[in-house]
Design a protein around this ligand. Structure first.
Ligand code: GAP
Length: 449
C-alpha cells in the first residue's frame, strides 16, 4: 500500500471527518471559499488560541486588537494596495482560461502560447487583488469600499490610540487575528490559497536604528513557535525574498516555508516594513503619527515596523498535512492492517478524550456518560457507543483524539477504566479518580513519536 501523504487524502479525510467542507457545496461549490466543520472549527480555534497566547500572554510588550474589516478607502491608497497590490494576468483567446503570468513557463509566455490548449494569450495585464463593494443605499460608485486584503492596516491606523490608551513604550507590539480577502485567480491546493482566509499578524514598533536587531529577534521567535507547536522541524525552512519578490513596503523579508504534499510553499512571513506604512498614513490622513519618547528628551520619530504575518487557515492545512499518517499496525493481509492517524499535539486536537462504553447494555453506557461528564470541565470530550471497540478507536485516530477511555464490566466493580494512548496504542488500567491527573500529565509530557 502507498502510504505517502497526498493532498487528495487530506481533502478526503477533511470532508469525511468534518474538518473542512467546500463552500456552498449543494450549489456546485464556491471557488476560493471553504467552510470549517465541527472538527475544523475546533482545530482552527485551538491554533488561534495557541498563537494568541504565544504573542500576547508570553510577551509582556504585546497587546491585542480586533479592528473592523471595512476601513476608510483612503487606507488602501495610503498603504499602496490600490496601486501595487496586483497580479500579472493573461487570458487565452481560444479556451478563455486565465493564468498568472508569473506562473507560466517563461518560453511559452514569450511566445504567448496558452499552457492548456496552445491557443494565443493576451498581453499581460495588472489585476488588483482587492475585493470592492459598496457601502450605503446607492450603488453609484460613491460608496466604494474594500474588503481588507491584510489585517495589518487596522493595526497601523490604531497605533496612536493604543500608545495613548495603554501607555505603550517603544518597543512594543500589537497582535490581531481576523479575516482577510483577496481576489485570487489560482485557488487550487484546497485551503492553501483562498479568496477568504484568516490571518494572525503582529506588528512590532521599534526605534528606526533597531529594526535589524528586532527583525532577527522575531525570526528566532517565529521559528521557536513551530518547535512548541510540535510540528516536524525538518519540514520547515527559511526563504529570503530576493529583490524581485519583495512587497512594495518591505526592506527585507523572510518566509518560513513548509514542505506540503505539493512541494515547499510559504507558510508565513517576517517582514521589515520600515516606516513606510506610518509615513504614508501620516501623509494621507494629515495626522501626526510620530512617537514621542518621553524617556529620551521627547525625541520624535516615526517608528519602524517588524511584522510577523501568518495565515491561520494555511497553518491549519500545514497541521493537517503534518499530523496525517497511515500506519501499518498488523499483518493479516487486509485493510484493517492499516490505520489512519492524525498525530495532533494534544493541545491542538479537536477532541482530547473520548469515552467509550464496551457495551451499551448493563448500565455501561450510563456509567461512561457519568465519567464523561466528570471530564468535561477540563477537557474537550466525545462519547461513542456505536460499533465494535476497534472501529471506534480507528474513528478517534482519524480525528486525532490523543486519549480514549474505555468503560467495561470491571469499571462497575472496582471503578477502574482503560486509557488507550493514540500514538503508541498502549493501554493502561487506572482508577477513574486518577483520570484527570493522568491525562494532564500526559498532555504536559507529550512528545511526538
Ligand atoms: N501583512 C502582510 C501580508 O499580508 P502576505 O505574505 O501577503 O503578507 C501573509 O500574507 C500570510 O497570509 C501568508 O504567509 C499566508 O500564510 C497567508 N495568506 C496570504 N494570502 C493567502 C490566501 N490567499 N489564502 C490563504 N492564506 C493566505
Amino acid at each position: 500500500m502507498d502510504n505517502s501523504v497526498t493532498m487528495e487524502k487530506i481533502v478526503s479525510l477533511a470532508k469525511r471527518r468534518g474538518f473542512v467542507f467546500q463552500s456552498s457545496e449543494i450549489y456546485g461549490g464556491q471557488a476560493g471559499a471553504w467552510d470549517y466543520g465541527p472538527m475544523g472549527v475546533e482545530l482552527k480555534n485551538r491554533i488561534a488560541r495557541f498563537w494568541w497566547k504565544e504573542m500576547t500572554q508570553l510577551h509582556d510588550d504585546i497587546v491585542g486588537l480586533d479592528a473592523a474589516i471595512l476601513m476608510h478607502p483612503r487606507t488602501w491608497e495610503a498603504s499602496g494596495h490600490v496601486e501595487n497590490f496586483t497580479d500579472p494576468l493573461v487570458d487565452c483567446k481560444k479556451c478563455k482560461m486565465r493564468f498568472r503570468a508569473d506562473m507560466i513557463d517563461e518560453a511559452k509566455l514569450a511566445r504567448k502560447e496558452c499552457p492548456e490548449c496552445g491557443g494565443e494569450l493576451t498581453d499581460t495585464r495588472k489585476f488588483n487583488l482587492m475585493f470592492k463593494t459598496n457601502i450605503g443605499p446607492v450603488d453609484d460608485g460613491g460608496g466604494l469600499i474594500y474588503l481588507r486584503p491584510e489585517t495589518a492596516q487596522g493595526i497601523y491606523v490604531n497605533y496612536k490610540n493604543i500608545v495613548q490608551s495603554n501607555r505603550m513604550k517603544i518597543p512594543f507590539g500589537i497582535a490581531q487575528i481576523g479575516k482577510a480577502f483577496r481576489n485570487e485567480i489560482v485557488t487550487k491546493n484546497f485551503i492553501f490559497r483562498t479568496c477568504e482566509f484568516e490571518q494572525m499578524e503582529m506588528q512590532y514598533f521599534v526605534h528606526p536604528g533597531e529594526d535589524v536587531k528586532f527583525f532577527d529577534y522575531w525570526r528566532e521567535q517565529r521559528w521557536a513557535y513551530f518547535q512548541k507547536l510540535g510540528v516536524r522541524m525538518d519540514k520547515l525552512r527559511w526563504h529570503q525574498h530576493g529583490p524581485g519578490e519583495l512587497a512594495h513596503y518591505a526592506k527585507d523579508a523572510y518566509d518560513i516555508e513548509y514542505e506540503f504534499p505539493m512541494g515547499w510553499k510559504e507558510l508565513e512571513g517576517v517582514h521589515n516594513r520600515t516606516d513606510f506604512d506610518l509615513k504614508r498614513h501620516q501623509e494621507f490622513s494629515g495626522k501626526d503619527l510620530q512617537y514621542i519618547d518621553q524617556d529620551n528628551g521627547n525625541e520624535r520619530y516615526i517608528p519602524y515596523i517588524i511584522e510577523t504575518s501568518a495565515g491561520l487557515t494555511r497553518q491549519l492545512l500545514m497541521i493537517l498535512c503534518d499530523a496525517y499518517e497511515e500506519q501499518k499496525v498488523a499483518d493479516k493481509g487486509n485493510d484493517d492492517d492499516w490505520r489512519t492517524v492524525m498525530r495532533f499535539h494534544p493541545n491542538l486536537a479537536p477532541v482530547t478524550v473520548a469515552v467509550l462504553p464496551l457495551m451499551k447494555k448493563d448500565g455501561l453506557a450510563e456509567l461512561a456518560q457519568e465519567i464523561r461528564t466528570g471530564l468535561k470541565e477540563e477537557f474537550a470530550t466525545d462519547y461513542d457507543q456505536s460499533g465494535a471497540i476497534g472501529r471506534r478507536y480507528r474513528r478517534q485516530d482519524e480525528i486525532g483524539t490523543p486519549f480514549c477511555v474505555t468503560v467495561d464490566y470491571q469499571t462497575k466493580e472496582d471503578g477502574t477504566v482503560t486509557v488507550r494512548f493514540r500514538d503508541s496504542m498502549e493501554q493502561v488500567r487506572i482508577h477513574r479518580d486518577e483520570l484527570e491527573s493522568t491525562l494532564k500529565k500526559a498532555i504536559k509530557d507529550y512528545k511526538r513519536v
